[in-house]
Design a protein around this ligand. Structure first.
Ligand SMILES: Cc1cc2nc3c(=O)[nH]c(=O)nc-3n(C[C@H](O)[C@H](O)[C@H](O)COP(=O)(O)OP(=O)(O)OC[C@H]3O[C@@H](n4cnc5c(N)ncnc54)[C@H](O)[C@@H]3O)c2cc1C
Length: 405
């Protein structure tokens, strides 16, 4: 069933530039044509290396989706407001599939932005294939004992000086794209500080566990990556020796504005499905939309979606204006938009009743999004900085570090 895009009817794009509107139009058409027909299957299929949507990923590269965040000199699209356009693209992808939005966020925003600050020789080798969708990027900070806490005391993966380079040993957990990645950006301990390295996945000593089996986002493959004495040249340091935490946090800031946008994409999708159902389904002789409970509930959600979209766009806009730490908006956007996605997914199932609990009705094969988004949205409250961490960041801007810590 194709639902009406209530977004076009309810909200006014007063603040978006012509450039962003054009990108949104292009991505929307691309996603409707290429993502929507595959999305249900991607969202339901259990994880395996073969389940990675390779053809779609390549199509995204050929269409130029991965070029949106980058300047012309890097082979990118050379937009005036690249981050605003990028996260708008994430919303459009998440409207159909949060797995695809997450793959895009990690490949293009996290791994891609790291390449942007690599030395020219490394950038030239990896960036163009990344933009074309010929190789897949990954970004690894999480470990079994460290994730929310990325301090040098918590990180165990270590890089030790070895001749003209470094030898890396350790284990990274839950790494998106790991089973299919060609390179990974890895946060390592170097003495008392942290440093970020690019590691080619074909390097001797790198191995990947089988994909994790997850509640949702099943098209987004995650796995452990093991580094067993992996030699990397010093040229593969990203952003400078000892600067790893700053590099990782900067990438994760861009990334979590993308996660906020993915929350809005999912929220809008459930909203549209719910509105269509409320207008069509009858109970007690009237359509469900005539019950004031659902009128008020949908009025609340329409308002929250409007606030959420404006919040992530404001955070992105500050990055486009040159701010590398757009707080408190980035943290506000991450927690507000993702909480909204989880809340509306739960209510979306309620609107659909028993049908909301189905992903496919055996009788006629009809499918429903709410169930998938209920499963997919939960992780957005956790990854790229759990929402409690976002509230901590906001509290810091209210009370100051000396009080909050
Ligand atoms: C599908 C998926 C994809 C992922 N992709 C990647 C990836 O590509 N790269 C990567 O590096 N990692 C990735 N991760 C890891 C993800 O970023 C972490 O799971 C997340 O940061 C939380 O870390 P943790 O799981 O270790 O939980 P913990 O750090 O143990 O936190 C657990 C909970 O403790 C609470 N908490 C923690 N700190 C505080 C605090 N200061 N105040 C209050 N409460 C707190 C929060 O409620 C939090 O949810 C992925 C995870 C999943 C599930």
């Amino acid at each position: 069933m194709k639902n009406e895009r209530c977004q076009d009817r309810l909200y006014h794009d007063l603040l978006l530039s012509e450039e962003t509107l054009q990108v949104r139009k292009e991505i929307r058409e691309f996603a409707e044509e290429n993502v929507a027909p595959l999305a249900h299957d991607i969202g339901q299929r259990s994880e395996s290396k073969e389940s990675f949507p390779r053809a779609l990923f390549k199509a995204m590269g050929s269409f130029g989706l991965f070029r949106i965040p980058f300047g012309r000199e890097m082979g990118g699209r050379g937009l005036k407001r690249p981050i605003t356009a990028t996260v708008t693209a994430v919303e459009e992808l998440a409207y159909h599939s949060n797995s695809i939005a997450a793959i895009y966020d990690v490949h293009c925003i996290l791994a891609g932005s790291a390449l942007n600050i690599a030395i020219p020789a490394v950038r030239e080798r990896y960036l163009e294939p990344l933009l074309a969708g010929d190789i897949v990027g990954a970004f690894a900070t999480t470990e079994p004992e460290a994730s929310s806490d990325l301090s040098p005391q918590a990180i165990r993966t270590a890089a030790k000086v070895d001749g003209n380079g470094y030898t890396i040993s350790g284990l990274k957990r839950f790494i998106t794209n790991a089973p299919v990645a060609d390179f990974v950006i890895v946060l390592c301990r170097t003495d008392a500080a942290l440093t970020t390295f690019l590691v080619d996945m074909a390097s001797p000593g790198v191995s990947v566990s089988p994909p994790d089996l997850k509640l949702g986002n099943r098209g987004q493959l995650t796995a452990d990556i093991h580094f067993d004495g992996v030699h990397v040249p010093a040229a593969h340091i990203i952003g400078g020796l000892g600067k790893g935490l700053n590099v990782a946090l900067m990438m994760l800031t861009y990334g979590r504005v993308g996660i906020a946008a993915s929350g809005v994409g999912m929220a809008q999708a459930v909203f549209d499905e719910s509105v269509a159902r409320l207008l069509e389904r009858k109970a007690f002789g009237k359509v469900l939309a005539q019950f004031q409970h659902w009128q008020f509930r949908m009025a609340e959600y329409a308002t929250r979606i409007e606030c959420a979209r404006n919040l992530y766009l404001k955070a992105a806009s500050r990055i486009d204006d040159g701010e590398t730490s757009p707080e408190p908006e980035a943290a506000m956007a991450k927690f507000f938009c993702t909480e909204l996605a989880c809340d509306i997914a739960r209510d979306g199932i309620q609107v659909l009743g028993g049908y909301g609990f189905m992903h496919r009705l055996a009788n006629d094969g009809s499918t429903f999004r709410a169930e998938e988004i209920y499963r997919d949205s939960k992780i957005t409250e956790i990854y790229e900085g759990a929402n409690e961490i976002q509230k901590w960041l906001i509290a810091r801007t209210i009370f100051g570090r000396q009080v909050v810590g």
